[in-house]
Design a protein around this ligand. Structure first.
Ligand SMILES: C[S@@+](CC[C@H](N)C(=O)[O-])C[C@H]1O[C@@H](n2cnc3c(N)ncnc32)[C@H](O)[C@@H]1O
Length: 273
């Protein structure tokens, strides 16, 4: 239950006094975490909660047969309902098993479908590529340095599902996607998030698998998106609500200037000489 603002203020002040008192007794320092970025987010971004039903309530993205898929095709259909993404230029990053790719191919009939992925995943791609009907091409290598993408016509729509947290280079990846998408173009993004209420990217080194991950909180992700020119975001709150994963629809609101890694509304640490 959310308390009214005056009651929240009383609870906050009482809690703060208790923390200060206990900290002093324990000879510790207490401080208020910095949430000042929220003002910047309110000022410069649009964030909308879209509560439509999304047919994906799985407890995990991995099924009994060890098949890993971020968003079911039914869920994909739900989040894209009402958007006209047919016949557009589409980029999909990390298609892997091709589940979303084949849906895009059949239902959106893109004018061109471009894939970005590591060449080491070719053996996955070979299993489904022949089923594609749309003109398509591959740009192999790390997305963040896939310069061949700059030579193509800008994309109208981007699918960036289950990829972001595999890399520590969130800003270069989102910045690259900004540069290859037309102004007003849209990106469907799925990622694991850290559920804590601050703005942090936590680096994980998973026990057992040894996998490295860089997992943003939702606020950190919102800041990363804003910095890289995706300042209009809708969050599909019904996507696997019990999980630590989110699906966001992001609209490109700003072009990144040549050589810049943040957009104009953000003051860079170093001003250009
Ligand atoms: C967990 S799979 C996601 C598969 C599928 N998109 C889905 O939503 O279920 C992550 C995919 O992203 C690709 N990938 C990860 N980092 C990447 C990068 N920096 N550049 C291009 N592809 C990347 C991997 O090769 C893999 O195919």
């Amino acid at each position: 239950m959310r308390l009214p603002a005056p009651a929240r203020a009383v609870v906050w002040r009482t809690g703060r006094r208790a923390v200060d008192w206990s900290a002093k007794k324990l000879k510790l320092a207490s401080y208020v975490p910095l949430y000042d970025y929220r003002e910047q987010l309110d000022l410069h971004t649009t964030f909308h909660r879209d509560a439509r039903a999304v047919r994906d309530k799985r407890p995990s993205t991995v099924d009994d047969a060890d098949f890993d898929l971020t968003l079911t095709v039914d869920g994909l259909e739900d989040v894209l309902a009402g958007r006209d993404w047919s016949g557009k230029r589409v980029l999909e990053v990390g298609p892997k098993h091709g589940t979303h790719s084949l849906w895009i191919d059949e239902h959106l009939e893109p004018s061109e479908l471009v894939f970005s992925d590591f060449a080491s995943d070719r053996h996955f791609h070979e299993q489904w590529e022949r089923q594609l009907r749309a003109p398509h091409r591959w740009v192999y290598g790390d997305l963040r340095s896939a310069t061949e993408l700059h030579e193509l016509e800008p994309f109208d729509a981007v699918f960036f599902l289950g990829v972001l947290y595999h890399s520590a280079f969130h800003l270069p990846l989102l910045g690259m996607l900004n540069r290859v998408t037309r102004l007003g173009g849209e990106m469907l993004l799925e990622t694991t998030i850290d559920p804590r209420p601050d703005a942090a990217v936590r680096i994980r080194w998973q026990q057992g698998t040894g996998k490295a991950k860089a997992v943003p909180t939702l606020d950190a992700l919102r800041i990363e998106l804003a910095w890289t020119g995706w300042r209009d975001v809708a969050w599909f709150t019904d996507y696997r609500p019990e999980s630590s994963e989110v699906v966001l629809l992001c609209r490109k609101t700003d072009d990144l200037d040549d050589g810049a890694d943040v957009v104009d509304v953000v003051t860079p640490q170093r001003q250009p000489a």
